[in-house]
Design a protein around this ligand. Sequence first.
Ligand code: GAP
Length: 556
Amino acid sequence: MTADAISLDCPLIMPATSLDTIVSLCKRRGFVFPSSSVYGGLGSTWDYGPLGVELKNNVKRAWWRSVVHERDDMEGLDAAILMNRLVWKYSGHEATFSDPMTDCRACKTRPRADHVFAAQKGRDPKGLDEINAAIAAKEISCPKCGSKDLTPARPFNLMFRTSVGAVDSGDDSGLVYMRPETAQGIYVNFGNVLDTMRRKLPFGIAQVGKAFRNEITPGNFTFRTREFEQMEIEYFVRPGEDEAAHEAWIAERQNWYLKLGMRRENLRVREQEKHELAHYAKRCVDLEYKFPMGWSELEGIANRTDYDLKAHSRSPENPDAVGELKYFDQELKKHLVPYVIEPSAGADRATLAFLCDAYEDALVKEPPAEDTTKLRDLVESFAKSVGRREGMAADVKQRLVSTAETIAAGLPGTLPQLIGLMEDSEAATIEVMKKVRGVGEKIAEEHTRTVLHLHPRLAPLTVAVFPLKRNDPRLVEMARGLKRDLQRSGVRTVYDDTGAIGKLYRRQDEIGTPWCITVDFQSLEDQTVTVRDRDTMQQERLLAPELASTFATRLT
Ligand code: GAP
């Protein structure tokens, strides 16, 4: 076994510390693009590019496999996005799915009142009344201009409205909503699935699909957007068996992320406090990921009791429903309304978390001393420039100066951190950064590598095949044939001959391809090829005809 281009015993590594680094990689390598960019974009909307769609599909596929195919107690569903408006009336979304907004009379901005309250009082408000009492008492102020002249907070519904039918009648007769969660599609199909699949409790229904929310403060790349995909499970149990089922799902869902390679130290469970709980929830636990911007929700796992099935059942409170969503328990010989455990994950958030977790910049070769000295001088002068800069927020200034000073003191070992700084959008506003990049990018290109250590089942591509020389037809033919055979056997494979092998390895490392195959002259004689591992950079010689089964085994 041999390793490529390493002269350091222990490469120095650095995970992604800022979202800018991830955003930059995503744009550069075709994972995610700003949406409608030819018309200047549409704020906080994103398009998944050729590699991003493969990655997100793999995340959704891994979820489906784990929660539907590998279990005996689950069914799948794909409900319509547009549903009868009454679904949202009786689910409670029409009345309560809203954020409290206040208007600043001085600067005319409209901040989220609960966020302003939490930031300025150091705790979450207990409700609209408490927020409005604080506004009336002038205890909180506009986060933009500091004025205390705020209007009383009002609820702003997050559901997008549209209308069905050819004619816009001007009233609400054709009103429908773009679903804000996939969950309701599952509840209203509970009876259909129960009847057709002859299920007994406990059992669950899983669904993946788009959801839409007119978020007031979208942001942090794909973390919070107005259009996103959810991966939701509604798991139906006998009342009384709900708490144990909830615990089981909390463990199950954590394990899913960990088995797909997420670092344990970046995943935690947070119990929601009583005042955070949605009105229907008996208990809710959030799985949180340590994103570059801090610990944030990845998935919520709630005990929703029998709230939703009852809400959609005919009753004095709901005269519009055609029947009751209940279950006849053969053992207990009675009808009951099941309790529901709901593990609700975001496909975009999970994809972003896997990307952040997998990202690494590593120094693989020491640069010449004179290059290091030149770079150190430039980074030091960048730090001084930031220090002198007027009009920059104090916290940003402090972050940039201390990062640059640490990098300058630690070069060349801190070259990976310098890559992050060179991609920082705030650092880019300092003139001398252009010079840092001019020198730094070239050195980084030669001496570091960016790697996505994605789990092989999540990686957009599984294998890349290269001929050692692209002008040798025998090597090209064998490499292309290998690509074809592997792809036919279900292994996602690409062929590439557009650069030297070292450069091709780097390109595949950066997008997380776990294995690269090189066809060389020995291959023509004995049918063996080199297979290079992304993480260890070790190479092994394997027989070409056995590759399909080797990769199939590695992917299971
Ligand atoms: N049915 C329950 C429900 O929808 P939620 O906590 O509002 O619960 C579940 O959403 C998951 O959906 C979140 O944990 C998150 O992963 C994802 N999600 C929610 N809003 C999102 C948004 N605006 N952008 C991206 N993902 C979002």
